[in-house]
Design a binder for this molecule. Sequence first.
Ligand SMILES: Cc1ncc(COP(=O)(O)O)c(C=O)c1O
Length: 466
Amino acid sequence: MRAHAKCASVLPNSYAGANDDLDARPGLAQTAAEAMAVAEMFAAHPGMRDRAASVLRKYGCATMPLTTNDADRTEYWRRVVDHYVVNQDEEFDEDQPFYVIDLCRVIVQMAKWRKNLPGVTPYYAVKCNPSDALIDMVHALGGSFDCASVGEFTQVLGRGCGKPGDLIFANPCKMASQMKQAHAAGVHCITFDNETELDKIAKYMPEARAVLRIRTDDSAAVCAFSTKFGCPVPDAGRLLALARDLGVRIVGVSFHVGSGNNDPAAYTNAVRNARRIFDQGAQLGFDMKLLDLGGGWPGTEPRQGPDGKPDSLSFEGICAHIRPLLAELFQGVDVIGEPGRFFAASSYALAMSIHSTRTVSTTAGDEHQFYTTDGLYHSFNCLFFDHAHPDLHALRPDVENPLQVTTIFGPTCDSLDCILKKAEFPRLAVGDWLFVPDFGAYTVAAGAPFNGFATRRTKYVASLDL
Ligand SMILES: Cc1ncc(COP(=O)(O)O)c(C=O)c1O
């Protein structure tokens, strides 16, 4: 890795002169566009390239740039995982799953963020994946942090990734003990959505800069939050008046449209509602200067639906709806977002092997059952908690053989621990490897070592040559 190389070198050399090829292969064209966005970001922010390169060095990232031979990102992950399976180091154990972490995806995503939401500061939602490496990289690129607990802000501050005043404690219902610790630590920017919380803020966090979280229409979201958090918009005036009476300083409005929200109106209505609440606040004497657009921003590209059309909104598509509204309604206001999956999802791939197998005869024919080394209790907890649909691949599918009815279980003794149920899948055998591309969001974050199984090994790579 060259810490002081020029911007253009971010674009892998193998792309040079490959324009015809890129036009014919949209996945590659997108990769080239991403690399150009990174080059533009580095050019606009002196020192950022060196800071990012030093994080890559700190984690010993192996430089493995994407090339025109990688038909798309899945093929890139396949090549990288295969590299570690073939070139086994002394830690390698065929029964131990591992993560490959590409810290350059954080760089690419930051470049996309800055291009599509200029002037909006990303506060990485640590809950999504509290990896030290992701936190360090977000910090190196000028991002800040959304922390949901004392544990999270202690981790961030302990790493030297910002000052207490830079964070947002964005958990609308906080324990009194945590509020006291936040106050003592100087973490003053917090969210709330009800009267009781306002009383607690007045009591435990007299210096708080409070942000009112409002309810959104998240009926089109994959993960909805409005049943748990968010003040109904018509109630906002009453809460603001109470805050004034209690002497609580209200500095802004936040919302979260839910993750995977496919309705652009959810975002635009929330922004318009926030404007109305800013105006109500001004009438009550509050100087509101912070708009928090929340999380939910997609971290991967939309998949192709059965009709050939994208099955969800793209990040760029969402931003195209929001940008003009921010320009129209929120001039002179600090605008932030709380992206979690946006940074974490595409930074990780999981690799795991098949350790056991059996075939079960059913009236419908043979069902081929396999047992792998990570499962529902660890990385695949996202099947439950994040409504995820992981994209499982055989590392080296046998293209000569037909697909067969396959069930894949995780390593624990629970029959619920199943990650693929009676689906057509390439023929597998004991010792084969599987991989899951773009698997960094809400995977390790909530994984439990149930039955003593967990994915602990990591390999760091850099898909850009800085
Ligand atoms: C308050 C808040 N902000 C941000 C996020 C991050 O959401 P995502 O990872 O979908 O961007 C969450 C997720 O639960 C959240 O609750």
